[in-house]
Write a protein that binds this ligand. Structure first.
Ligand code: ATP
Ligand code: MG
Length: 293
């Protein structure tokens, strides 16, 4: 199931990395006594694909939810497109939300709505849109994510995991956002469906000039897509850099995540000019079961 978009953008350059679109400064987030983020700083520039990695419970989803304005920081500031999310007026906040799309970690779709109605929902929220226009629009989005139109009338329960993610993505890009947030987009997909999804994101990134923030545990997806990797640990962003630089930071989580067997294997997919910048421990044979010392 290759999306036409993937073919259409083959050979097209990646979007230029431009101005800062997300700026998080000195962020603290607490739930009762649980301090999730403390003195956290994080930036994303237009045209980037930033992967957010970190252990389970390290606060990846919580950080994304705060950037989207779905959750309030305890202290600190978050600016999106230069606007402070805490002080923005409601009308502007609505406009800003329409500039962002989100594929949620769980429950990517409304189970009681068909594929068609799931994708149409963000548009219907904007107001009355003629049905024929809506239909063309939904079909276009389905085509963009590589799903045949015949699936439009299906209910989410009748779809495979990979198809659910594609429909979720079609809905996330419904309003043609500039910023796309993906929370574990390939979790639960088999390797082939994961690879197809990576191709799709890469194609959309080029075709729409998107900026992407992607939470992922999936090392192969991270290596294949990221312009930078932001590592969440110790309640902050420890490092946000190209993967070969992030892997060089001396920290227990980074050693375990990047320099374990799976990490070393995934890092082999980097082009050679980037691979030579990896720390020696990352270059230890990725076929043996022994961890580098
Ligand atoms: N609404 C909430 N109320 C209370 N605590 C919460 C809430 N949302 C998240 N937390 C807590 O914040 C911490 C970070 O959670 P979060 O879901 O952001 O982690 P995560 O890095 O996305 O983990 P995972 O990889 O498992 O998805 C956890 O300790 C979680 O229990
Ligand atoms: Mg999460």
């Amino acid at each position: 199931m290759t999306a036409p978009i993937t073919q259409a953008v083959r050979g097209q350059p990646k979007p230029e990395i431009a101005e800062t679109v997300i700026e998080v400064r000195d962020l603290t987030k607490r739930y009762g006594r649980n301090i999730v983020h403390q003195h956290l700083n994080f930036d994303v520039r237009r045209g980037e694909i930033v992967s957010l990695v970190g252990g389970s419970g390290s606060g990846k989803t919580t950080l994304v939810r705060q950037i989207l304005g779905l959750e309030r920081p305890t202290s600190g500031t978050i600016k999106v497109f230069g606007e402070d999310t805490a002080t923005i007026d409601p009308a502007k906040a609505r406009l800003m939300r329409s500039r962002s799309g989100m594929l949620f970690q769980h429950g990517a779709l409304f189970s009681s709505l068909s594929v068609f109605d799931n994708i149409a929902q963000p548009l219907r929220e904007l107001g009355k849109i003629p049905e024929d226009l809506l239909r063309d629009f939904v079909m276009l989005k389905l085509e963009m994510v590589g799903l045949p139109c015949k699936h439009a009338s299906k209910m989410p329960a009748a779809l495979s995991g990979g198809m659910v993610k594609r429909v979720g993505l079609a809905r996330a890009i419904a309003l043609e956002p500039e910023l796309l947030f993906l929370d574990e987009p390939t979790a639960g997909l088999d390797p082939r469906a994961s690879d197809e999804f990576v191709e799709l994101i890469s194609g959309l990134h080029r075709a729409l000039g998107l900026t992407v923030v992607m939470v992922t545990h999936d090392l192969d997806t991270m290596v294949a897509l990221s312009t930078r990797v932001a590592v969440l640990a110790d309640r902050k962003v420890l490092v946000a850099a190209p993967v070969e630089e992030a892997a060089s930071v001396d920290h227990p989580f980074i050693r375990e995540y990047f320099l374990g067997l799976r990490g070393r294997r995934a890092l082999q997919a980097l082009p050679v000019e980037r691979r030579v910048k990896l720390p020696p421990a990352a270059l230890a044979a990725a076929t043996s079961d022994t961890e580098p010392s």
